[in-house]
Design a protein around this ligand. Structure first.
Ligand code: ADP
Ligand code: MG
Ligand code: ZN
Length: 485
């Protein structure tokens, strides 16, 4: 029998707010262990939580971007369980009335526009962090750091809408882009800023009811999510093909060894005994707040990609690459307003992104050195064919290292572009004399031969001639020859 996989994701987004979810402690990463703590996030008796407005605002903006319904009144709840790195022995989260419901994330999968439906997005708090047996003198000890306890998280739950691991990879990539685009999270899975648990079941292809699912935890990269899912789908398929049944379980994926291990089976499933958090009032988001959040929402990445395609005539691939990051899209638009849109796109996607990759620079570090205006000046010369392509690339290379405009850089490096008819005409005539065959072809109507002749003149000039002038001179001379014969 053929089986179809059904997958739903539960994602956690760590928010980049300055303070924690329910207290004023800094939410920063990397501080001295247990230095960013207070009675609230340590769960000391009598301490009272207070919801972080910036975190709720981030959740609202994410919800609006996803087209979710934002509840005017939502409720915090206690989720009770014991975990050594959770000092209160319960987590404050949202259960029955979450802040955002429904919505969907638009995702391009293998060049196809898709949309994956969501169940909800709600606000909650992170736990602390345990460090398991470490050598401490002659003993082995576990230690716990509560700096992360209480850091704001959003939980985003999808419907069981995925049919293949590659769709989940594309979804997470799109979600990462969105949270960065909105400026609400670093979105880095390796740093735990974006986490994902994957629920997966199999069913006979073409049938409607869902099969029994397992949940894979500990997936800390997008590649890991896809590999872990592929492994689990394979395992379930083998069990089912041998006539067995899938047991509901929580699995851990070990990315280094690429294996799955059972963490707990159904028998040990938690009963979280959810109840409304008595120490927090109902969370009220009024129309004014919503309107204000909507007003601050930037043009969204998929809308912007579509606009790049329609307004600048870019192929969907270019539009996708240029909207992977908001500052890259801004940089592109600053260039595209001044110079040929496709030329700007080509140079950004190949030259600029290559430098970023080679040097490990962010776009901000790049634009500090080469603001759009500087690149535009060079590209305008390329577009007007005032600069030969290879020389333009060389100027680009200098631009990365040194200050100055295109002209200044050429001067500094002792390169003079030959652009006057007086200096280029002798080269043009020499090339025509040396290539009687192509000249005949051109005169016989094969105009594409002109490109070859331009190339020959460029070569003769040591790559320093302005192609536009060379082209004009060649045409002129060839027309003269045509009239002459
Ligand atoms: P649980 O109560 O076990 O947490 P939920 O109903 O909250 O389960 O769903 C958790 C996630 O699992 C959601 O993303 C949902 O889409 C997905 N899911 C639910 N049932 C299935 C199933 N049978 N197969 C695959 N995914 C599922
Ligand atoms: Mg659930
Ligand atoms: Zn605190």
């Amino acid at each position: 029998m053929a089986y179809e996989a059904v997958i739903g994701l539960e994602c956690h987004i760590q928010l980049g707010t300055r303070s924690k979810m329910f207290c004023g402690c800094p939410a920063e990463f990397g501080a001295e262990p247990n230095s960013n703590v207070c009675p609230v996030c340590l769960g000391l008796p009598g301490a009272l939580p207070r919801a972080n407005r910036a975190a709720i605002d981030a959740a609202i903006r994410l919800g609006l971007a996803l087209g979710s319904e934002i509840r005017g009144e939502s409720v915090f709840a206690r989720k009770n369980y014991f975990y050594p790195d959770m000092p209160k022995n319960y987590q404050i989260t949202q259960y029955e009335r979450p802040l955002c419901e429904g919505g969907a994330l638009p995702v391009t999968v293998d060049g196809e526009e898709r949309s994956f439906a969501l169940v909800r997005v709600h606000a909650e708090e992170d736990t602390g962090k345990s460090f398991h047996p470490e050598r401490h003198g002659d003993r082995r000890v576990s230690r716990v750091d509560f700096n992360r306890a209480g850091v704001p998280l959003l939980e985003l739950v999808t419907r069981p809408v995925f049919r293949a691991p590659v769709e989940c990879g594309a979804f997470l990539t799109a979600l990462r882009r969105l949270v960065r685009w909105l400026g609400i999270s670093g979105g880095d899975m390796e740093k735990g800023q974006l986490r994902c648990d994957a629920n997966v079941s199999l069913r006979p292809a073409g049938s409607e009811p869902l099969g029994t699912k397992t949940e894979i935890k500990n997936l800390n990269s997008i590649g890991g999510v896809m590999k872990g899912l592929a492994a689990e789908i394979e395992r379930q398929r083998r069990v089912l093909e041998q006539g067995g049944a899938i047991e509901q379980a929580t699995l851990l994926y070990d990315a280094d060894r690429e294996v799955l291990a059972v963490m707990r089976s159904k028998e040990s499933a938690h009963d979280y005994r959810y109840f409304p958090e008595p120490d927090l009032p109902v969370l009220v988001v009024d129309e004014a707040w919503l309107a204000e959040a909507r007003r601050r929402l930037p043009e969204l990445p998929w809308t912007r990609a579509a606009r790049f395609a329609s307004e600048y005539g870019l192929p969907p691939y270019d539009a996708g690459v240029l909207t992977e990051q908001r500052d890259l899209a801004d940089y592109y638009e600053a260039c595209a307003r001044e110079v040929d849109e496709k030329l700007a796109s080509n140079w950004l996607m190949t030259e600029v992104l290559r430098v970023l990759k080679d040097r490990g620079w962010t776009l901000a570090e790049w634009s500090e050195r080469v603001p759009p205006g500087r690149l535009v000046e060079l590209l305008k010369k390329v577009a007007a064919k005032e600069l030969p392509g290879p020389l333009a690339k060389q100027v680009f290379g200098w631009m990365v290292e040194e200050p100055g405009g295109t002209g200044e850089l050429l001067d500094r490096h002792g390169v003079r572009v030959q652009a006057t008819p007086e200096e280029l005409r002798p080269l043009v005539r020499a090339v025509l004399a040396e290539n009687p065959g192509p000249v005949r072809q051109y005169l016989g109507g094969k105009s594409a031969t002109l490109g070859f002749l331009v190339g020959q003149v460029m070569k003769k000039s040591g790559g320093q001639a302005a192609p536009q002038v060379v082209q004009e001179l060649l045409r002129e001379e060839l027309e003269g020859a045509r009239r002459g014969c």
